[in-house]
Design a protein around this ligand. Structure first.
Ligand code: GDP
Length: 445
């Protein structure tokens, strides 16, 4: 889906920050560099990316992060806030005229989704008690008037189209007459569908600009296909210079767009995105909320939870104590039990690990991991005396039988645990000496 890859990339970037206490300037630079690459790969305009990363970098190196209890989380918040800003900041609603009719003119390339949007908007306005009139001022495409009539019928709205012999071929006259017709017929909103070309051209711009001058619309909505990638920059700028517009409609956000157009256009033009069009059905229209879009891109809920859990679970002081113990070879079953409890603090391990992007190759290991294993291990250790926990070497046959009964497990289970603990203790020593980390209890029995 749109933003899928970008989301994954950003989550991945933040994952690398998640267990950090203080952030060094190098951490910040690394993170900003990753964000920059992810945005460029998502086709976000270069100038927008530059501005964005400069702001994030400046803030991330400042006091707000330095003094934060949780610096990594603070950086994510900053990225979120700046993302909301480039998406336009506050939500902007459609503006209605003080005296009816409100005139809304649509502009955009051919195929951008103007006609479809006209139908969607009419339907939505109808639902809110308005009486929209659709004006067919796209006289370029042979079938355009017809297409508008079809969506209008679905939306239950009226169409004003040029009558044969009267204004055929003159979109400016049709637009002016359409508004006049609306006034007489008491339609309180007029939506003018204009012609688009496959590319930006001067004649098209002049026509749109002439219509604008003729009807003095309350809103000029520029409809842009979210899937057009880097072209978004040129198209948006051309329409801004040629017609100027008051707001943006992002269409085809349901597709596989990389999202660059969506992320660039508000910032490039200084005009707010008002609607998101998310499908071919007339119902598929949503008001655009910059904050919700940013959260969606960042998968914010997931990222923040991830950071919190990881930081709780890997409490630094605890880790230091553990490391000391390991170094002095005093790691006992008691410590093992502590570790298991730390792991349980992380919540459902599978869910937690599942939140990390790039876990694909670890999927098998995840599937093999049985959380109940931790509970069973815990039950066995709890059935041991403190002395036994400190020194498992005293565990003879009768003690093992007693522990098995006490924990509701078999002697074989107890034997396996003791064997695994020996292994884990060895592994932990390796870790303490700087070897490859591994979490005891995660391996299969
Ligand atoms: P116009 O030339 O600007 O009037 O564009 P149209 O409204 O005719 O739309 C061009 C094509 O895009 C049509 O096939 C529409 O069904 C399709 N379309 C429009 N909006 C959306 C949308 O939000 N999502 C999807 N998937 N398709 C859309």
């Amino acid at each position: 889906a749109t933003f899928g890859t970008l989301s994954d990339r950003l989550t991945e970037t933040f994952r690398n920050l998640r267990t950090k206490g203080k952030l060094t300037p190098a951490d910040v630079d690394g993170t900003v560099r990753e964000i920059r690459r992810a945005l460029l790969d998502a086709d976000v305009a270069l100038s927008v990316v530059k501005d964005f990363t400069a702001k994030v970098r400046e803030r991330a190196l400042g006091d707000e992060v330095n003094k934060a209890l949780n610096p990594a989380q603070q950086v994510v918040q900053i990225v979120n806030e700046e993302l909301v800003q480039i998406l336009g900041g506050e939500q902007r609603r459609l503006q209605f005229a003080k005296t009816a009719p409100t005139v809304i003119m649509l502009a955009g390339l051919q195929g951008s989704g103007k006609t479809t949007f006209a139908g969607k908007l009419a339907k939505q306005l109808e639902g809110e008690g308005h009486t929209p009139l659709l004006v067919a001022a796209d006289l370029q495409r042979p079938n355009a008037v017809n297409q508008l009539q079809v969506v209008a019928e679905q939306a239950g709205a009226t169409v004003y189209a040029p009558q044969p012999g009267n204004g055929v071929g003159d979109p400016v006259k049709v637009s002016r007459d359409g508004v006049e017709y609306a006034r007489r017929q008491q339609h309180d909103v007029v939506i003018i569908d204009t012609a688009g070309r496959l590319g930006v051209d001067a004649e098209l711009m002049k026509q749109a600009s002439d219509i604008r001058k003729a009807v003095d619309p309350d809103e000029v909505l520029f409809v842009i296909d979210a899937t057009i990638g880097q072209d978004a920059v040129n198209v948006a700028k051309a329409f801004q210079e040629g017609v100027d517009f008051t707001g943006v409609v992002l269409s085809k956000l349901d597709g596989d767009a990389r999202g660059g157009a969506a992320l660039s256009v508000a910032s490039l033009t200084g005009r707010p995105i008002i609607f998101a069009s998310t499908g071919e059905r007339l119902e598929d229209l949503e008001p655009f909320h910059p904050d919700r879009m940013a959260s969606r891109i960042l998968d914010l809920g997931d990222i923040l939870t991830l950071i919190e859990q990881a930081q709780q679970a890997f409490d630094e002081d605890e880790a230091m104590k553990m490391a000391e113990k390991l170094a002095t070879e005093q790691f006992t079953l008691e410590d093992f039990l502590d570790q298991l409890q730390q792991m349980k603090k992380m919540g459902s391990m599978k869910k937690m690990l599942g939140m990390l992007p790039g876990m694909g190759q670890m999927k098998q290991q995840l599937d093999d991991f049985d959380e109940r294993e931790i509970d069973r291990t815990e039950a066995i250790i709890r059935s041991m005396t403190p002395g036994e926990r400190r020194n498992p070497k005293v565990l003879n046959g009768s003690r093992r039988l007693r522990i098995a009964r006490g924990s509701g497990m078999t002697v074989t289970d107890v034997n396996q645990l003791v064997a695994r603990f020996d292994q884990a203790a060895k592994m932990m020593k390796t870790v303490a000496r700087g070897g490859t980390p591994n979490i005891p209890g995660m391996g299969a029995v």
